[in-house]
Design a protein around this ligand. Structure first.
Ligand SMILES: [Zn+2]
Length: 283
């Protein structure tokens, strides 16, 4: 779950997602965007239950769903079988593994997808904050009695020249806006150097790390990544911070995998239930 200025985006929806959302007191009905990376059960078996719960709770707000084209058919079949009448619009946006694409955009945020390499068609996702306008310093508004049109010009980055020849320079009258932040979710994938191009420079990268590097061959065969490779990816893509997850149940905890990833990329944490991270700008 990513909360961007109270807009909530859910990335994948495995079994148990609803229980976790309730436990963490997430306002479920405020989730307006759900992006599904691929159709392996551990990434979407919770979706049918969540869509149904939205109905039971009387949802009327539209929901945007992004995922492989087949997902729409699965939902239709499941709803038809149960003769379910959905009380809210569901806008389905098919993802493509051909090339990166913009899936959604508004004034404050943009959602993109990018292809990864997994056994079945799979995409990762990137959420980017849009750049904010610079803020005009309060003291300047008061001291110069700035008018609304002048404030708008300054926010656009323009200097203001008054009829009496007074110059109000943008660079001095405005605060620089905070740099926009970004988060990438690199789904299930084998290590694929190309992914670094898609996720380059993001502030926070989630990358799967299913195995330790001693099991590199198995990772390749099953289209998964090792912790060492996840660290390399973070370093190669010059991201701000790395979160590893999708760790094989054969390991007792994330300890050894964290150690391995950190040997290449020190600012690495392991995903766990209930973990909350603030996306901090790396600038
Ligand atoms: Zn998978």
């Amino acid at each position: 779950m990513v909360n961007v200025h109270e807009k909530q985006f859910l990335f994948d929806c495995g079994e148990g997602t609803q229980i976790s959302l309730r436990k963490e007191r997430v306002r479920m009905m405020r989730i307006d965007h759900i992006a599904i990376s691929h159709l392996h059960g551990d990434h979407y078996f919770g979706l049918f239950g969540l869509l149904s719960t939205f109905n039971l709770l009387g949802r009327t707000r539209a929901l945007n769903l992004y995922g492989p084209p087949l997902l729409q058919e699965l939902i239709s079949a499941q709803e038809a079988a149960g003769e379910m009448v959905r009380g809210y619009p569901l806008h389905f946006h098919a993802t493509s593994t051909d090339a990166p694409a913009v899936l959604f955009e508004d004034a404050t945020v943009r959602l993109e997808s990018f292809p990864v390499r997994h056994r079945i068609p799979t995409t990762g996702f990137i959420l980017r904050e849009k750049p904010k306008e610079p803020g005009v310093k309060r003291a300047w508004v008061a001291d110069w009695n700035l008018q609304p049109t002048e404030i708008l010009s300054l926010k656009r980055g323009e200097d203001v020249l008054r009829e009496d020849g007074t110059l109000i320079p943008f660079a001095e009258a405005c605060h620089a806006p905070p740099p926009p932040r970004s988060y990438a979710f690199a789904a299930d994938t084998r290590y694929w150097a190309k992914v670094a191009d898609w996720v380059r420079g993001v502030d926070l990268l989630y990358h799967e790390a299913t195995f330790l590097h001693a099991m590199k061959d198995r990772a390749e065969k099953t289209f998964h990544t090792t912790a060492l490779q996840a660290g390399r990816m973070a370093k190669e893509a010059n991201v701000g911070r790395l979160v590893i997850g999708h760790i094989s149940a054969r390991y007792e905890g994330p300890g050894l995998l964290l150690e391995e990833a950190r040997s290449v990329f020190p600012d690495t944490v392991a995903a766990e239930d209930g973990l909350v991270l603030e996306v901090k700008s790396r600038c």
